[in-house]
Design a protein around this ligand. Structure first.
Ligand code: G3H
Ligand code: 13P
Ligand code: ZN
Length: 312
């Protein structure tokens, strides 16, 4: 099966009350860990590449690795550009064979966001590619951009209908309290997503797929593993998994996870070096890292997303 768009995945996810996992990929072991988990549990998946990942690996390698994963697993896999920052970046990915792109003009004024999103949609749709757009601003770090908590803003439900109608986008990322990175909520506070905003967005856009960025849950076992093996991470708090599960049962069809994979990989490698200080064969420390990514993704598929068994 060639790489697919997310259209069918989202339609079934919306109707079935579950979400598709969108996992960020940067190298072979991450791609293998994710897709081996999906294969074992027969789950459709979105593998997403940020501008930074594309710069790190170059524009060819990640596409070829994702194609290899598709050949090995036979699963429906969507190759998505995460946080495209311009028409040119989106066009370049579309021309390279991505099946989905995000244009993130959420930091721009409403009219400008509409204009640039519309331009990407026209090019993408002419090439059979789908487009995710964003309204509202998440706090945290994405590529080189750091948005402080004060500068973040929830999505205004009264804007979503006009935005979707005028842009023609295929899915919409909204801000309801998630944020990028490992430090999402102040230590000592109780994380709570704004389900009232999600409900209102869903009411105004019935049947339309909604996307949640910044949806890592920051597993404490891996923060601990990092800190017990030479790391020094301050208190890191993620999005509670039961709240993500609830969002997945509503209009949220795509849940973005990157930081949790980074924590699993880094914690595992730190522990490996602590336990085997004389080893220097990359395969020896990448193998357990890949295995732990696989276990983590299996847990997400079953307990958070609910998309296990949903690949055709
Ligand atoms: O939202 C951002 C993703 O976590 C990607 O991060 O730009 O460092 O690859 P990155
Ligand atoms: P996390 O940092 O919570 O993993 O979010 C990833 C993301 O939104 C990628 O676009
Ligand atoms: Zn994001």
């Amino acid at each position: 099966m060639p790489l697919v768009t997310s259209t069918e995945m989202f339609k079934k996810a919306y109707e079935g009350g579950y979400a598709i996992g969108a996992f960020n990929v940067n190298n072979m072991e991450i791609i293998q860990g994710i897709t081996e988990a999906c294969k074992e549990l027969n789950a459709p998946v979105i593998l997403q590449v940020s501008k930074g990942a594309r710069a790190y690996a170059n524009r060819t390698y990640l596409i070829k690795l994702v194609e290899a994963a598709e050949i090995e697993t036979g699963l429906p896999i969507c190759l998505h550009l995460d946080h495209g920052d311009s028409f040119e970046t989106c066009k370049s990915c579309i021309d390279d064979g991505f099946t989905s792109v995000m244009i993130d003009a959420s930091s721009k004024p409403f009219e400008e966001n509409i204009a640039i999103t519309r331009q990407v949609v026209e090019y993408a749709h002419a090439h059979g590619v789908v487009v995710e757009a964003e309204l509202g601003t998440l706090a945290g770090i994405e590529d080189e951009v750091k948005v402080s908590a004060e500068d973040s803003s929830y999505t205004r439900p009264e804007d979503v209908q006009e935005f979707v109608e005028r842009t023609g986008c295929d899915s919409l990322a909204i801000a309801i309290g998630t944020s990028h990175g490992a430090y999402k909520f102040k230590p000592g506070t109780k994380p709570q997503l704004r389900f009232d905003i999600l409900e209102e967005v869903q009411r105004r856009l019935p049947g339309f797929p909604i996307v949640l960025h910044g949806s890592s849950s920051v597993p404490q076992e891996y923060v601990k593993m990092i800190n017990e093996n030479g790391g020094n991470m301050p208190d890191a708090i993620g999005v509670p998994e039961d709240q993500l599960r609830k969002a997945a049962s509503m209009a949220v069809c795509k849940i973005n996870i990157d930081s949790d994979l980074r924590l699993a990989m880094t914690g595992t490698i730190r522990k490996y070096f602590h336990d085997h200080p004389a080893d220097f064969d990359p395969r020896q420390y990448l193998k357990p890292a890949r295995a732990n990514i696989k276990e983590l993704v299996k847990h997400k598929l079953v307990d958070v997303l609910g998309c296990d068994g949903k690949a055709e």
